[in-house]
Design a protein around this ligand. Structure first.
Ligand SMILES: O=C(O)CCC(=O)C(=O)O
Ligand SMILES: [Fe+2]
Length: 370
């Protein structure tokens, strides 16, 4: 029988890496956040992006979290990234440490070993991170063999996210603000230097005793530093978002979706109209507690030299968001903001507490939440 024609893959297939099998969903019905889902396949239909912008405008009035579907990557392509991440973390520690990120200098790319963050007194994180910057000459760096061997798949995946997914989302934000459609695209160009990166992340499971000591928290409540964060997720319940009323709600990992959250830079650029949402990671429910939780994330950040000055938008004016707030980042660039936040997280390789308010740069404060 003739093989059925397959649609062309967005990303080339890589070297031999084991197939990745996703774990079962939790059977617990948790207190899930009620978030909107944007169907990105509508974007190129007549009137589609205007419709999506309207849906997004309504969705983000309260919480800067939403889902997207039909974003042009198959589950197989996403799973291949989980598989690559899993292989990276299997490498011996001494091998991974050859690629350690220069966290103390605000550098983020490469390997972050676990145990550098103090979550509560005496309890340290059990999270390993491997960050890969944009594939541009200015940001080339040594990578482990497993990354080099799979470079076309990783690069194809990252570029698809940036150009096909993030590009659409940034266009929607420009439409919402009644700015030229390419307004944010012009300060998020793939070929220019920025701290955008693809991240593999592994949260090692914790014992009951460890969970109890840390009050069940694996990663404290925080905001992200850049413009947007895209999370490809295992079906493990662990991520929570803080509502404006101060309640924590679980963010359900839906198959075939990407969870998106807004981050600090868009918050600064719109004077708080686009909300950098506070989120955290907690111990999964008991039927998923023994899983080492893997994540594949893409962090979007403006070009390094963009000043985080609020944009002039008629919409912000109409809604009263055109006044400069106390926590303004005028005079600070996106590159400086990220570097300062990273460097404040670690001091000479020694863990820093993420407790309460943390002054970052130019009088702006970052908050951490239990
Ligand atoms: O692992 C997650 O679900 C969220 C991770 C996160 O918030 C982060 O890395 O900034
Ligand atoms: Fe985050």
């Amino acid at each position: 029988m003739a093989a059925l024609a397959q649609p062309p893959a967005a990303v080339p297939s890589g070297s031999d890496i084991p197939t990745y099998y996703q774990v079962p969903e939790t059977s617990y019905d948790l207190d899930w956040a009620d978030l909107a889902t944007l169907d990105l396949s509508q974007f190129d239909h007549p009137g589609g992006k205007e419709q999506l912008a309207k849906q997004l405008f309504d969705a983000i009035q309260k919480i800067g979290f939403f889902y997207i579907i039909n974003f042009g990557l198959s589950q197989e392509e996403v799973d291949r990234q989980f598989s690559i991440g899993k292989e990276i973390f299997k490498l011996p520690l001494e091998e991974k440490l050859k690629y350690r990120a220069e966290l103390e200098k605000g550098g983020y790319n490469g390997y972050k070993p676990m145990g550098l963050r103090e979550i509560s007194p005496g309890v340290f994180d059990k999270t390993e991170i491997y960050n890969i910057p944009k594939f541009i000459p200015a940001l080339e760096r040594d990578q482990p063999e497993i990354v080099n061997q799979n470079r076309p798949v990783i690069e194809g995946f990252a570029r698809h996210i940036h150009n096909e997914i993030v590009g659409k989302l940034l266009t929607l934000f420009a439409i919402i603000l009644e700015l030229p459609e390419d307004y944010f695209l012009k300060v998020h160009r793939y070929e220019e230097k920025s701290d955008c990166h693809l991240r593999y992340m592994k949260y090692h499971r914790r014992s009951d005793e460890e969970n109890e000591k840390a009050g069940g928290v694996w990663s404290k409540g925080h905001t992200d530093f850049g413009s947007l964060t895209l999370l490809f997720r295992q079906p493990v319940a662990a991520l929570q978002v803080r509502t404006p009323e101060g309640e924590w709600k679980w963010v359900k990992p839906y198959p075939g979706s990407i969870t998106v959250n807004l981050a600090d830079s868009l918050h600064f650029l719109t004077n708080g109209f686009l909300k950098s949402s506070i989120h955290r990671v907690v111990a999964p429910p008991s039927d998923q507690r023994d899983i080492d939780r893997l994540g594949v994330l893409y962090f979007v950040r403006p070009e390094d030299n963009l000043e985080l000055r609020p944009v002039a938008s008629e919409v912000l004016h109409r809604l009263g968001y055109d006044k400069t707030t106390d926590n303004s980042a005028v005079g600070i660039t996106a590159g400086e903001w990220v570097k300062a936040r990273v460097a404040k997280g670690v001091d000479k390789g020694v863990a820093r507490s993420e407790i309460g308010d943390q002054p970052i740069i130019g009088g702006v404060v970052a908050k951490y939440y239990d």
